[in-house]
Design a protein around this ligand. Structure first.
Ligand SMILES: Nc1ncnc2c1ncn2[C@@H]1O[C@H](COP(=O)(O)OP(=O)(O)OP(=O)(O)O)[C@@H](O)[C@H]1O
Length: 269
């Protein structure tokens, strides 16, 4: 079934036609400038439904800024952002979350004194409109408890449910952050360096988790760990100095000499 497009202006609508569904997330001509510094330069990016799309690039390329623009934390200097075909360029971060966009952060944002189940219960209860019942007795609402357990089980994390976050290894904490983002039931999930800080050789646990994510969720992830990128991504966009250098399949990107020179060459010799 073709969904009704609810774009705010016909002339700025996502370029989906009546016969095609809009893509999950799209930016058109996105720009961000801080004074004289152009951090995001005319970025056109399409995240297809069900995508496993990586955004890579050297340090300072503008990857996190791009995520901040898409989530509404930072306002663009120019350009448009479409979520499921709707122009959300002016929408608040909260409206974008309500519209199906969730993200994780590079830094840890968990409540470390609470258990894993309680951490997952917070966004679940907010989504279910019962947060007020939880303060003082977190995660004791039957619906929330059941849903938290189901989500953790789906992700292979149920054995951690009753553990306090401050008892967990760093990699386990990163996985709980992904579970929390999923508790918002997003259609589009932005993962900002899901493997950051995880010791070499342990990123496999993140890959295992990512492979368990529901297929219909569209995922854009920023990552420096090339093992993870090339194993998980079906499409890769390379950002350099705020501009898209190129995009394509992992094989295309691997074979692209420009990419090797500006990015992969630097990291992997
Ligand atoms: N608020 C700001 N004011 C000025 N410059 C900024 C601001 N935020 C980011 N920048 C600059 O924008 C550029 C891109 O930063 P950004 O963090 O988006 O890059 P990145 O690709 O995510 O880098 P990394 O891989 O190191 O996380 C950097 O040069 C950074 O210094």
């Amino acid at each position: 079934m073709t969904p009704v497009l609810q774009t705010s202006h016909a002339d700025t609508a996502s370029p989906a036609t009546a016969s095609s569904r809009p893509c999950a997330l799209e930016t058109r001509g996105l720009c961000k400038r801080y004074g004289a510094i152009e951090v995001t330069r005319n970025v056109d990016l399409r995240i297809e439904r069900g995508a496993r799309h990586a955004l890579i690039g050297p340090n300072g390329a503008g990857k996190t800024t791009f995520v901040n623009l898409v989530t509404g934390v930072v306002a663009p200097t120019a350009g448009s952002i479409y979520l499921e075909g709707r122009d959300v360029t002016q929408a608040s971060p909260q409206k974008r979350v309500a519209g199906g966009l969730a993200r994780t952060f590079q830094i840890n944002t968990l409540f470390t004194e609470l258990t894993v189940a309680e951490n997952v219960a917070i966004p679940l209860s907010q989504r279910m409109g019962i947060a007020w019942k939880l303060w003082g007795k977190p995660a004791h609402h039957a619906g929330v408890v059941d849903e938290a357990a189901a989500l953790l089980e789906q992700l292979g994390l149920l054995q951690l449910a009753s553990r306090r976050v401050n008892e967990l290894a760093y990699g386990q904490r990163r996985m709980i952050e992904i579970a929390i983002a999923l508790a918002l039931k997003p259609q589009v999930l932005l993962l900002d360096e899901p493997a950051a800080g995880i010791p070499n050789g342990e990123s496999g646990m993140i890959i295992d988790l990512l492979e368990r994510l529901p297929e219909d969720i569209s995922i854009l992830f920023i990552e420096h760990d090339m093992n993870l990128v090339f194993r998980f991504a079906k499409k890769i966009t390379v950002l350099v100095e705020g501009s898209v250098l190129t995009e394509g399949s992992p094989a295309d990107i691997r074979a692209d000499e420009r990419v090797r020179n500006v990015y992969l060459g630097r990291r992997h010799g």
